[in-house]
Write a protein that binds this ligand. Structure first.
Ligand code: FMN
Length: 319
C-alpha cells in the first residue's frame, strides 16, 4: 500500500520539500514595472506564499534577454542589476524553509523559429548560460528551464515548428547544450528542473523529450502544454481516455511519469485538496502545482489540510 499523502515531505537531492504542493511559475504582471525589476510588492507576495506553507515555489518566468520578453512587465535577469531584487525574493522564501527555483525564459519567435539565424540562437544560448549563473548568485535553490507554452525552447522542441536544417534542427540540441554547459553549477543544493510541453505536439513526443532531458541530467520535470496540434479545435489538445477524471494537461504529467524515474510535477485546473490528493495518494505524480487557486487563496495549504483531515475522519471519497 502506498501511504504517501499530500503532506508527506519529499527530498530532491539536498532539498527537503515539506509537502507535495508547488506554486507554479506565474508572471504577476500587476506587481511588476516595465523595467523588469523586482518590486517590494512582488517580494511580499512570494513571502506570503512561503508563509502559507507550500512545499516549493517556482518563481515566475524571468527573461534572459531584454528582447526576449513575453510582455512588457515581466521580470528580467539579463544583467547583474537584477541580482539584488531577485536575491530579496530568494532570502524571503529561505526564511520560511521553502525551496525556491527560478524559471528562466525566452519568448522566442513562434512559428518563425526556422528562419532565425544560427548565430542568433548561439547568442541566446549564451544569454541563458549567463542567466543561470546570475540565478545561482541570487541564492535560489535551483532553476526551472521554461521549455513549454510555445516559447523559445518549446518552439525548438516542436516538430511542427522546428524545420531547421542546421544543428538546431536536432530539436533537443539547444536544451542538451544548455544542460551540459551549466553542469558545473549544479550540486545537491542547487537543482535543475525543466517545464516541458507534454504534447509537443503528441504525448509520444512529450515522453521522448522527458526521457532525453532525464538522460541529460535534469532533477525534476514539470509537465505542461506545448505547441498544439492544430487539428484539435477544442481546449483539449490530445486524445485521452474518457474516464480520466482531471484536466488533459494533468493527464500528460501522469503518463510521462510512467516513463521516467525523476520526480514529476503535474499542473492545471487543480483547485481542491481531493484532486491534488488523488494524484499523490495513487502515486500518479510526485508533486502537484496549484496556480490560480493559490492566487485566490494564498493559504491554500492550511485550507487543504482541514479538508484532508475531514475527509480522513469521515472516510470521504478522494474525488
Ligand atoms: C497570470 C498567469 C501567469 C503565468 N505565468 C507563467 C509563467 O511565468 N511561466 C509558466 O511556465 N507558466 C505560467 N503560467 C501558467 C501556470 O504556471 C499554470 O501552468 C497554469 O495557470 C495552470 O495551472 P492552474 O490551473 O493551477 O492555474 C501563468 C498562468 C497565469 C494564470
Amino acid at each position: 500500500m502506498n501511504d504517501i499523502n499530500l503532506f508527506t515531505p519529499l527530498k530532491i537531492k539536498g532539498l527537503t520539500l515539506k509537502n507535495r504542493i508547488v506554486l507554479p511559475p506565474m508572471v504577476r504582471f500587476s506587481l511588476i514595472g516595465k523595467d523588469g525589476h523586482v518590486t517590494d510588492e512582488l517580494v511580499d507576495w512570494y513571502e506570503e506564499i512561503a508563509v502559507g506553507g507550500v512545499g516549493m515555489i517556482i518563481l515566475e518566468a524571468a527573461c534572459v534577454a531584454e528582447d526576449g520578453k513575453l510582455r512588457e512587465n515581466q521580470i528580467g535577469i539579463w544583467d547583474d542589476t537584477f541580482i539584488p531584487g531577485l536575491t530579496k525574493i530568494a532570502d524571503a522564501c529561505r526564511k520560511h524553509k521553502t525551496p525556491t527555483l527560478i524559471q528562466l525564459h525566452h519568448a522566442g519567435f513562434k512559428e518563425k523559429i526556422s528562419t532565425i539565424s544560427e548565430e542568433k540562437l548561439d547568442g541566446i544560448l549564451e544569454e541563458f548560460i549567463a542567466a543561470f549563473h546570475r540565478a545561482k548568485k541570487c541564492g535560489f535553490d535551483g532553476i526551472e528551464i521554461h521549455g513549454a507554452h510555445t516559447y523559445l525552447i518549446s518552439q525548438l522542441h516542436s516538430k511542427l515548428w522546428n524545420k531547421r536544417t542546421d544543428k538546431y534542427g536536432d530539436r533537443l540540441y539547444f536544451t542538451r547544450q544548455l544542460i551540459k554547459k551549466t553542469k558545473d553549477i549544479f550540486d545537491d543544493n542547487f537543482i535543475l528542473g525543466i517545464r516541458i510541453g507534454g504534447n509537443e505536439p503528441t504525448l509520444k513526443d512529450g515522453i521522448q523529450i522527458a526521457k532525453e532531458v532525464e538522460k541529460a541530467g535534469v532533477d525534476l520535470i514539470h509537465v505542461s502544454s506545448g505547441v498544439p496540434d492544430p487539428s484539435f479545435k477544442q481546449d483539449r489538445k490530445i486524445e485521452m481516455p474518457v474516464d480520466f477524471p482531471l484536466d488533459w494537461v494533468v493527464y500528460l504529467g501522469v503518463e510521462i511519469k510512467k516513463h521516467i524515474k525523476i520526480p514529476v510535477i503535474a499542473v492545471r485546473a487543480i483547485k481542491k485538496e481531493g484532486e491534488a490528493s488523488y494524484l499523490v495518494e495513487n502515486n500518479l505524480v510526485d508533486l502537484v502545482a496549484v496556480g490560480r487557486a493559490m492566487i485566490s487563496r494564498p493559504h491554500w495549504i492550511s485550507w487543504a489540510k482541514k479538508k484532508y483531515r475531514f475527509r480522513k475522519n469521515t472516510n470521504g471519497r478522494l474525488l
